[in-house]
Design a protein around this ligand. Structure first.
Ligand code: NAD
Ligand code: ISE
Length: 339
């Protein structure tokens, strides 16, 4: 059986997901695309023999030739499309963020709970990365004792001129927030944001890097160095310190060359290169689960909790204080930990 997927948003990651849905993954094809930039969507559709160009997200969701929906438009538009997919009874994969405000995420939770089944997967692809999974396996096995703290770094080589300090939290650190919740099967209790010396490469008025401290409910503390003008490459780091040992992500770029008393390897150029296999695994898992009649992976609750943590992080950025996180009661639909 082939799953027919409609893609809303044919920008950078939309095109990347269309490429993998078309040329890399199995059991799926792209049957419709749309974008507010109709010219861009048409160019993409012209390259896809099985795809229809739909005039709007709503039309795409209603198209009987679309079994399930992928949302890769701008964050503020996600709520509308996720709610419409749920209302149409269609499974939806939504790129992060699930939605940009706590209230919008809560509306999605309410709609999914009313539908009585999980219909939303959020695109936190790091959960499908081989290295993060290996790290979680070590922690779950308890061979190095209880976790105490985690050091993480999220370094982007550069960002477009419109990027802001707020986006370091909402756009970038949101991944580390999801990793922390997933790695420790725990909620974040409070956020503090420290502002180190500003990089001379940062645009005026822009605090880069930031040090984001996440206090988990268990007491584990996660420090995230988030930097978006690192220059040298896309560098994602993580080390969990436990009572009897440590576990850390290995270098990601394959071969290390030792020569003339030195060693060297490649630093990924960007998130696409670093997480290409994770994106493939994430969307294949979604396709397989939807084909089997359900969904998998990060849930709408995970999307909600991440957005609340980001909003709290923004408060902490501006107040300079430790800001506690308050979540609504977790509905039964989301009681099981998500893969
Ligand atoms: P982009 O600007 O390249 O593409 C977004 C596209 O959405 C554009 O073509 C735009 O015209 C279209 N769009 C905007 N409003 C729309 C609407 N109402 N209906 C239909 N189309 C609309 O952005 P991008 O970098 O591709 O990011 C898209 C989403 O993916 C964002 O939410 C972003 O956070 C997320 N993203 C996730 C990752 C990841 O690592 N998981 C990486 C990059 C982007
Ligand atoms: C981008 O939107 C992503 O999601 C990438 O994974 C992240 O590393 C980058 O910082 C964001 O801008």
């Amino acid at each position: 059986m082939t799953l027919n997927v409609g893609v809303i948003g044919t920008g950078m990651i939309g095109q990347d997901h269309i490429r993998r849905l078309t040329h890399v993954l199995s059991g799926v094809r792209v049957s419709a695309v749309t974008d507010v930039d109709a010219g861009r969507a048409k160019t993409v559709a012209d390259d896809l023999p099985a795809a229809v160009l739909q005039p709007s997200g709503q039309a795409l969701i209603e198209d009987p030739a679309v079994d399930a929906v992928v949302v890769t438009s701008w964050g503020p538009t996600h709520e509308e499309y996720v709610l419409a997919a749920i209302a149409a009874g269609k499974q939806v994969f939504c790129e992060k963020p699930l939605a940009t405000t706590e209230e919008a995420c809560a509306r999605i939770l309410d709609a999914e709970v009313a539908a009585g089944r999980r219909m939303v997967m959020v695109g936190f692809m790091r959960r499908f990365d081989r290295q993060y999974r290996a790290m979680k396996e070590v922690l779950t096995g308890r061979s190095i004792g209880a976790p105490l703290l985690m050091h993480a770094a999220h370094r982007n080589p550069s960002v477009p001129p419109h990027f802001t300090s707020e986006m370091i939290i909402n756009d970038s650190t949101v991944h580390d927030i999801d990793v922390a919740r997933w790695m420790f099967d725990d909620e974040i209790a409070a956020v503090t944001v420290l502002k180190p010396r500003i990089s001379s490469k940062a645009a005026a008025g822009f605090n880069d890097p930031l040090l984001v401290l996440l206090e988990m409910a268990s007491g584990v503390i996660v420090d995230v160095e988030a930097m978006v003008n690192a220059g040298f490459g896309y560098d994602i780091r993580g080390e969990v310190v436990c009572e009897d040992g440590t576990v850390e992500l290995s270098e990601s770029a394959g071969a290390v060359v030792k020569r003339a008393g030195q060693y060297a390897g490649r630093v990924p150029a960007n998130w696409r290169e670093r997480f290409v296999s994770a994106f493939d695994a994430e969307l294949q898992a979604w396709v397989d689960a939807v084909t089997a009649g359900g969904t998998t992976g990060p849930s709408a609750w995970d999307g909600y909790a991440a957005t609340v943590a980001c909003e709290t992080g923004l408060r902490a950025l501006h107040s300079g204080r430790r800001e506690p996180i308050v979540l609504r009661e977790r509905p039964d639909l989301y009681k099981e930990p998500t893969p």
